[in-house]
Design a protein around this ligand. Structure first.
Ligand SMILES: Nc1ncnc2c1ncn2[C@@H]1O[C@H](COP(=O)(O)OP(=O)(O)OP(=O)(O)O)[C@@H](O)[C@H]1O
Length: 233
């Protein structure tokens, strides 16, 4: 589904990603883990078109998307569920969900809205409430549902557990697990390495802008370097 080769990107004259290779197969859940500042968010921003690549290729189902605008990449089928949820705080839950489908032109949106509210009953309960008044965990559910409203081919999650209480983190992990079971293709960036590696079919470890390890979620969980530096044992 996604094939990234030799990706270099950065900010101004500073190069942050020094030639990243990364694959996500259809229906696969792939995690990208690494310390603060390793370049995880920069990788996602470049894939989503928020940052232009300096070199390398980004292919979605064989089509080059590197360098397209963010809007064009959404139309190609890549949706990002951003760090910090970024729901539209003044808008109702319902409007936020509808916004998720802005790039779609088909007429299945009403059905999808129902499906999302079946999947997340709290969103049905709060449908007419301003999104900014939801709790952090509820906002995360809304951000996930809004991303799914785009019917993406590839759904990217940036730090979905950030700033949430442990009980809510477990709920978010369970939700991502359900989405994975639905067959969604997922690229997940997480500081919570254990959560990410438990969910992931495969994972990459990013250090200082380079992929230094890759393997199944299980393999990385039991790799001594990962266990020591990222899992705390
Ligand atoms: N807008 C920016 N301008 C300049 N440098 C930036 C910018 N955003 C990020 N950086 C730098 O790029 C490097 C990688 O940052 P990035 O946000 O991709 O890391 P990360 O792995 O996602 O870390 P975190 O988990 O802390 O978000 C860091 O050294 C950071 O200071």
């Amino acid at each position: 589904m996604l094939e990234v080769r030799g990706l270099r990107a950065g900010y101004g004259a500073i190069e942050v990603l020094h030639g990243i290779d990364l694959d996500v197969a259809e229906g696969e859940c792939v995690a990208l883990i690494g310390a603060n500042g390793a370049g995880k968010t920069t990788t996602l921003k470049t894939i989503c078109g928020l940052l232009a690549p300096k070199a390398g290729t980004i292919r979605l189902r064989g089509r080059e998307i590197g360098g397209l605008s963010g809007h064009a990449i959404v139309r190609e089928g890549v949706t990002m569920c951003p760090e910090g949820r970024q729901v539209f705080p003044q808008m109702s839950v319902l409007k936020n969900l509808r916004m998720g489908a802005y790039a779609r032109s088909d007429d299945g949106q009403a059905d999808d809205l129902e499906r999302m509210m079946d999947m997340f009953p709290i969103l049905r309960e709060r449908a007419h409430q301003a999104a900014g008044t939801l709790s952090g965990g509820e906002q995360e559910m809304l951000a996930i549902a809004r991303a799914l409203m785009a019917r993406p081919k590839l759904c990217i999650f940036d730090e979905p557990s950030l700033g949430l209480a442990p009980k809510i983190v477990a709920e978010v992990a369970a939700t991502l697990g359900r989405i994975r079971e639905m067959g969604m293709t997922i690229l997940l960036v997480e500081q919570n390495s254990l959560m990410a590696l438990r969910l992931a079919d495969r994972a990459y470890l990013l250090e200082a802008g380079e992929i230094v390890l890759e393997g199944t979620g299980q393999e990385l969980q039991s790799h001594p370097d990962v266990a020591k530096a990222y899992l705390g044992h």
